[in-house]
Design a protein around this ligand. Structure first.
Ligand SMILES: Nc1ncnc2c1ncn2[C@@H]1O[C@H](COP(=O)(O)OP(=O)(O)OP(=O)(O)O)[C@@H](O)[C@H]1O
Ligand SMILES: [Mg+2]
Length: 252
């Protein structure tokens, strides 16, 4: 198995999946864990931009591909590393996506990882089906949402999908929250991450998350989220997953 624990991160487009993946990875790497990021967003691979990672060229995309190690204890694999430039369109049909993701997951030379974070594309597509098939019964999923009902509905949809595929949904993280009072009392919300000015600027400048720190409010909330994720992953699934998915969204 690639890693002790595997956490997929999904949700509606633009809600902050990649930001949450990178923030959690940096947090856990700082705590001494060996963390990997698999960027499963093959068509819009944003992880290299956020981390300021250079393209390796398509020749590096061989069997036994090497993840990049930008920071101690931190490995990254992304389609974006193999494109000659970031605006190259990746317009593959499902079967090719399936093969490439399978290679990234199973044939790459990952180190001994404590946690592998998988950054999903928005919605439910081939990437979701491939990964849920390959990781059935062995992985968890965190849903990222903002406070809009549409985005929460997408989280609910994804949670049900993954629950059926035996990928354990551990809850929803409400991101970019502008309200002062977080909604930790809501059972379906695992944690709330505030809107942060530093993170808001991260999509304008390559490598920004490595260059500065978000405000304390975000860092504290992220620490809380990281602990809740670890706890959920240590406990593992206790109830039938479809029931867990239903409870998670009771009344939502
Ligand atoms: N907590 C936050 N505070 C402020 N801005 C944020 C926060 N989280 C994410 N952002 C910003 O929101 C935008 C979308 O973030 P991100 O790219 O992580 O979303 P995504 O869900 O991965 O998008 P996609 O669906 O395209 O993959 C970016 O500009 C990012 O900098
Ligand atoms: Mg993304």
């Amino acid at each position: 198995m690639v890693a002790e624990r595997i956490l997929l991160v999904g949700g509606k487009g633009g809600t902050g999946k990649t930001t949450v993946v990178i923030s959690l990875a940096l947090h856990w790497a700082k705590k001494g864990k060996n963390v990997g990021i698999l960027d499963a967003n093959l068509s819009s691979p944003d992880v290299p931009f956020y981390l300021g990672l250079p393209a390796q060229g398509v020749e590096a995309l061989s069997d036994g591909v090497e993840p990049l190690r930008p920071v101690e204890g931190f490995e990254v694999l992304s389609m974006g590393l193999f494109l000659s430039n970031p605006w190259t369109p990746v317009s593959w049909r499902g079967p090719i996506r399936h093969v490439v993701l399978k290679q990234f997951l199973q044939n790459a030379r990952w180190g001994a990882l404590d946690i592998l974070l998988i950054d999903l594309p928005p919605g439910i597509s081939e990437e979701h089906m491939t990964l849920s098939h390959l990781l059935s019964g062995r992985a968890f999923v965190l849903l990222v949402s903002d406070s809009s009902r549409l985005s929460l509905m997408e989280a609910k949809r994804l949670s049900t999908f993954f629950g059926h595929a035996k990928i354990t949904p551990i809850g929803v993280v409400l991101n970019k929250e502008r309200r002062k009072r977080p909604r930790h009392s809501d059972p379906k919300i695992l944690a709330t991450l505030p809107f942060d000015q530093h993170l808001a600027r991260a999509s304008r400048r390559e490598g920004a998350p490595l260059l500065g720190e978000p405000a304390e409010a975000f860092t504290n909330a992220l620490g809380f989220l990281a602990r809740r994720c670890l706890k959920a992953m240590q406990e593992g699934p206790k109830r039938p997953l479809t029931l867990q998915a239903r409870l998670l969204f009771k009344g939502g």
